[in-house]
Design a protein around this ligand. Structure first.
Ligand code: PLP
Length: 422
């Protein structure tokens, strides 16, 4: 492992014992299922196939009981009560239901919604659609560290504001917004507070009471559960929040979300929450140690690397780094046995720099040279060493070929150069 191979810039470091390639280090995109979650789900694909809405026989009761247990498990993790949990197909739906459902329900009271620029597209695009229907949306900026300014929020709230929707943790840079402070401000002003807590739930403590959260989105597949199942927490007391259904039908989920429940998925989500509740504290420490090690290794060997987003207010498993003077696509291709995400988003044919990184003030080239390392439950320290070796090797190699890097090393100020048009 750290046998010196990295210092001469090899791009094929030794694979440590116990490490198999490819390495998955993209846990913000999705996480592998925990085997304990799969085990809990299996009976509900087989003998326990009942419809949780069937009231007349034991097949239905058995399914309903499993669903109610999951509701409890989820509620416990976020300090809610079981009745406040609504099941959905995932956080994209939860965000849509929360924002559109509140916008519709409170239209008489006002038409103003506040969000911020680094939200997930499931929030931003939902807000954009509401603008077409006559809602007014304020998109708060973020500071260079990725956090919103609470004074901006206070100033943005007016007598037509019905909803503030600000994420708990960002999926690219792992930055934790000051949710408790946001909740306090919203409650003082009598405005509903929704948070997309997909990346935070199960990773850092989330308590809807202590943090004055009224509505909260979460999803199973980011916490070692199955894809295609999520939940929306909807506060029932102080204040009681009402949400207009966006899917009509049989009146399931207290009328807020019709449709036959995905019982195996819901059981998996519940189990995932139960495990997170028990293991979050120790897991967070382990992830933080691995993440810090990964950062330290790369910073010891490479110059012109920068961490994106606040280091202090951050998910334990997130490291987002720019490798300046390196071409992003070549970097990613060079580490093709490691699954990570880049600071580029594929939109149709072109490679766009991440809007999240741009919101922090990064230039396009720096954004493209960025990598998100998303550490999770099944990563190991040995994997981190391999990934560090690999990245160090390829960055050194690419910089050997980079005229920009050469010029910087020679002390030339790139900002003073007049480039020929091309
Ligand atoms: C993954 C993610 C979503 C979307 O969740 P799905 O369950 O995949 O629809 C929403 N918000 C954030 C912050 C996410 O990371």
């Amino acid at each position: 492992m750290s046998d010196g191979t990295m210092s001469n810039g090899t791009i094929n470091p030794v694979v440590p014992e116990g490490v198999t390639l490819p390495i998955y280090m993209d846990n913000h995109a999705t996480s592998p299922m925990d085997p304990r979650v799969l085990e809990a789900m299996l009976p509900y694909f087989g003998a326990k196939f009942g419809n949780a809405a069937s009231r007349n026989h034991s097949f239905g009761w058995e399914a309903e009981q499993a669903v109610e247990q999951a509701r409890e498990q989820i509620a416990r993790l976020i300090g809610a009560t079981a009745k406040e949990i609504i099941f959905t197909s995932g956080a994209t739906e939860s965000n849509n239901l929360a924002i559109k459902g509140i916008a519709e329900m409170y239209r008489e009271r006002g038409n103003h919604i506040i969000t911020q620029v680094t939200e997930h597209k499931a929030v931003l695009d939902t807000c954009k659609r509401l603008e077409k229907y006559g809602y007014r949306v304020t998109y708060l900026p973020v500071k260079a560290d990725g956090l919103i300014d609470l004074d901006d929020l206070r100033r943005a709230i007016d007598d037509k504001t019905i909803l503030v929707t600000i994420m708990s943790a960002n999926n690219e840079i792992g930055v934790l917004q000051p949710v408790a402070e946001i909740g306090r401000i919203c409650h003082e002003k009598g405005v509903i507070f929704h948070t997309d807590a997909v990346q935070a739930v199960g990773k850092v403590p989330v308590d809807v009471q202590a943090m004055n959260i009224d509505v909260l989105s979460l999803t199973a597949h980011k916490i070692y559960g199955p894809k295609g199942v999520g939940a929306l927490y909807v506060r029932r007391r102080n204040p009681r929040v009402q949400i207009a259904a966006q899917i009509d039908g049989g009146g399931h989920e207290r009328g807020m979300r019709s449709g036959t429940l995905n019982v195996p998925g819901i059981v998996g989500l519940g189990k995932a929450c139960e495990i997170a509740m028990q293991e979050m504290a120790t897991e967070a420490e382990r992830l933080r140690a691995m993440r810090d090690h990964l950062r330290a290794r790369m910073e010891a060997e490479l110059d012109y690397v920068e961490v994106n987003g606040s280091w202090e207010h951050r998910l334990p498993g997130n490291l987002n780094m720019s490798f300046i003077y390196v071409e992003g696509e070549s970097l990613l291709m060079g580490i093709n046995d490691v699954a990570v995400s880049s600071g580029s988003a594929c939109t149709s044919a072109t490679l766009e720099p991440s809007y999240v990184l741009k919101a922090l003030g990064l230039g396009d080239d720096v954004a493209h040279s960025s990598i998100r390392f998303g550490l999770g439950r099944f990563n190991t320290m040995a994997e981190c060493d391999y990934v560090a070796d690999k990245v160090i090797g390829i960055v050194k190699k690419l910089r050997e070929l980079s005229p920009l890097y050469e010029m910087v090393k020679e002390g030339i100020d790139l900002s003073k150069i007049e480039w020929a048009a091309h």
